[in-house]
Ligand binder design. Structure first.
Ligand code: DLL
Length: 423
């Protein structure tokens, strides 16, 4: 679509979204009134900059259904971000939202090279996380033959990949490398497989990882991005040029803002992605602060698509970590420790990547008396902390108790996190 037509479509859809929110969601009605936005008189996309922001905190304060713009009767699906207890975010979809979502994910798979001829194996978790079902519906929409293998039992995933002649693999990039490792252990050469494409997302990765995956699995590896708050996968994805992710701009307005001033950064510079949905019915959001850092890539793409491009995700403007594809906030860990110990004990969060698998270790200081002579108590405490963390975070955690005053004292939370992964 020519840019001019696209912008006209965006404007019309933005008006409709604001009308929907102003009419049906008290939170937005109030915010729009406070910002003195006359959404009925909106005549240009530049008005976006006068609209209020939406934050994760706004979502929490209106938990569970306060920001839904339709009655539950019209909601056919409910999802959440990959984060677990304490930070749960609930998002809903109407039948039409699911249709649009499927179309957009199909578009992303198609730009990555996947067609109706392909056998697509989806190794994302099939659950409340948007990855599994989101990619599944998109691949079906494309007409591909979909294998909903989900995330467990890696050897079985590989056997099925070989026997069912899978041509496209859909999962996190670290899972792809893990699969390559296990294939080696099984004595299976990836050239015996039928794989052609890998469509990867849901966690940060690097160009070096792309090259490694492409080489080891003999595939074209593309990146795709999304988040539950605005839809799930389907927001942006790479074409086979592998040089930036095309943003599905007919459904999302993406701004890149300076994290301090919240003003647009000069074109091509890094800032925080702020997303406004244009077609969502059940859960539209205005200027959602994703906290993901990226930059826009100016200029047309040789593939011919007119949709603008963004870089891969280059970092976060908050302290969220993505461990085994799951969003984890240090504050969740801290609150478990405070709950169990009654006070805030010094701790350290260590994230490693061993054989392409993320490992989370939490080191906690305990009093000298407990540390020196009460081994059984120590084990019990460490098991209690571990159980609670596993339940709250939804991923495996190793807990190590250390002697008082072993860990350096830091004021800032950031320094309590040691991320050794070279992404
Ligand atoms: O991860 C949705 C998704 C599923 C995207 C499958 C792509 C493929 P959430 O659980 O809400 O949703 O987590 C969203 O994950 O804000 C980013 O920080 C991170 N993220 C998602 N895709 C990428 C990517 C899904 N390609 C959060 N590169 C986002 C880097 C990514 N980070």
């Amino acid at each position: 679509m020519p840019r001019e037509d696209l912008e006209q479509l965006q404007l019309e859809r933005l008006q409709a979204t604001l009308y929907r929110l102003g009419t049906h969601v008290p939170f937005y009605r109030r915010k729009l009134r406070e910002a003195r936005v006359d959404y009925e008189a909106l005549t240009s996309l530049s008005a976006l900059q006068s609209l209020p922001f939406t934050s994760k905190e706004d979502l929490h304060e209106n938990y569970p259904y306060g920001l839904f713009a339709v009655p539950l009767r019209d909601v056919v699906r409910i999802h959440s971000t990959s984060g677990n207890a304490g930070m749960t975010t609930v998002v809903g979809y109407t039948r039409n939202d699911i249709k649009n979502w499927s179309d957009l994910v199909a578009r992303i798979l198609s730009s990555a090279g996947v067609t109706a001829e392909d056998v697509v194996q989806i190794a994302y978790d099939y659950g409340i996380f948007t990855g599994g079902l989101g990619l599944h519906y998109g691949a079906e929409r494309l007409g591909a033959s979909v294998i909903p293998i989900s995330s467990g039992n890696i050897k079985r995933q590989i056997r099925i990949m070989r026997d069912f002649k899978t041509t496209a693999l859909v999962c996190t990039p670290s899972h792809a490398l893990k699969l390559a490792d296990v294939m080696m252990d099984m004595g299976l050469n990836p050239s015996e497989l039928s794989l052609k494409y890998g469509v990867f997302g849901a966690e940060p990765w690097s160009e070096a990882m792309r090259l490694e995956i492409a080489e080891r699995l003999g595939i074209i590896a593309t990146d795709n991005y999304g988040l539950a708050e605005v839809m799930g996968p389907g927001v942006a994805g790479e074409c086979r040029e592998c040089n930036g992710l095309h943003i599905n701009e007919d459904h999302f307005l993406v701004e890149v803002l300076d994290t301090q001033t919240l003003q647009p950064v000069p074109p091509g510079e890094i800032g925080e992605l702020v997303v406004t949905t244009l077609t969502k019915e059940a859960f539209p959001v205005i200027r959602y602060r994703t906290r993901d850092l990226a930059r826009l890539i100016p200029g047309p793409c040789p593939c011919g698509r007119t949709l603008g491009r963004m870089s891969r995700i280059l970092g976060r403007s908050d302290d969220m970590l993505i461990i085994k594809g799951v969003n984890v906030f240090p504050a969740q860990i801290e609150s478990v420790l405070t709950d169990i110990n009654g006070t805030e004990s010094p701790y350290r969060i260590i994230v490693d990547r061993e054989q392409h698998e993320d490992k989370l270790t939490v080191m906690v200081e305990v009093t000298e008396s407990l540390f020196s002579d009460q081994i059984r108590k120590q084990w019990a405490l460490s098991a209690t902390i571990q159980d609670r963390l596993i339940t709250d975070l939804g991923i495996p955690v190793q807990v190590k108790l250390v002697e008082e005053k072993t860990l350096e004292r830091f004021d800032s939370k950031g320094k309590k996190v040691i991320d050794n992964r070279k992404l």
